[in-house]
Write a protein that binds this ligand. Structure first.
Ligand code: AMP
Length: 171
């Protein structure tokens, strides 16, 4: 895991002052690092009979699709409002200042499907919690939330009761 941590780059004050951005592009650019990351994510859900991978825009698309491919599962994109072309369900969530929202196609997850939700990073947990609500709204069962990076002091897990949350790297 120390090897993977070396591939995460800290960018101070991005995208705005006071935020320490965890840049995963060095990890994505490293063939072994990327393969190890995807395999570790797959290990976390082995034997859980997952039927779909939901990935959150935009870095969750990268890790989520790679995981879906690794496991032979379908992938579902959860996107910012107005991006998905078919009928959607929407969930709003609060940010430090104001609110944001995400959407998913309403037929992307069938009732009873066992879903794992993937993003690159867990901060306050608002985004992951909203994605879990979208899955539940269409009758799916969110089993687990997987992230590459967890910022522990923001206590994102508190918003994710009932979801089995796993992170590969903790800060
Ligand atoms: P949150 O809803 O607060 O858990 O924020 C998680 C989402 O915001 C993820 O999609 C992350 O990609 C992004 N994010 C939040 N904080 C950071 C950070 N410090 N570095 C990189 N991405 C972040």
């Amino acid at each position: 895991m120390d090897e993977l941590k070396k591939l995460i780059r800290d960018i101070p004050d991005f995208p705005k002052k006071g935020i320490l951005f965890k840049d995963v592009t060095p990890l994505l650019g490293n063939g072994e690092g990327l393969r190890l990351t995807v395999r570790k994510l797959a290990d976390l859900i082995a034997g859980k009979h997952v039927t779909k991978v939901v990935g959150i825009e935009s870095r969750g698309f990268i890790f989520g699709t790679a995981l879906a491919h690794e496991m032979g599962l379908g992938f579902v994109p959860v996107r910012k409002p107005g991006k998905l072309p078919y009928q959607t369900v929407r969930e709003s969530y609060s940010l430090e200042y104001g609110t944001d929202a995400i959407e998913m196609h309403r037929d992307a997850v069938a009732p009873g499907e066992r879903v794992v939700i993937v993003d690159d990073l867990l901060a306050t947990g608002g985004t992951m919690a909203a994605a879990a609500k979208l899955v539940r709204a269409v009758g799916g069962e969110p089993l687990a939330g997987l992230v590459v990076i967890e910022l522990k002091m923001l206590n994102g897990r508190d918003k994710l009761r009932g979801l089995d949350v796993h992170s590969l790297l903790q800060y």
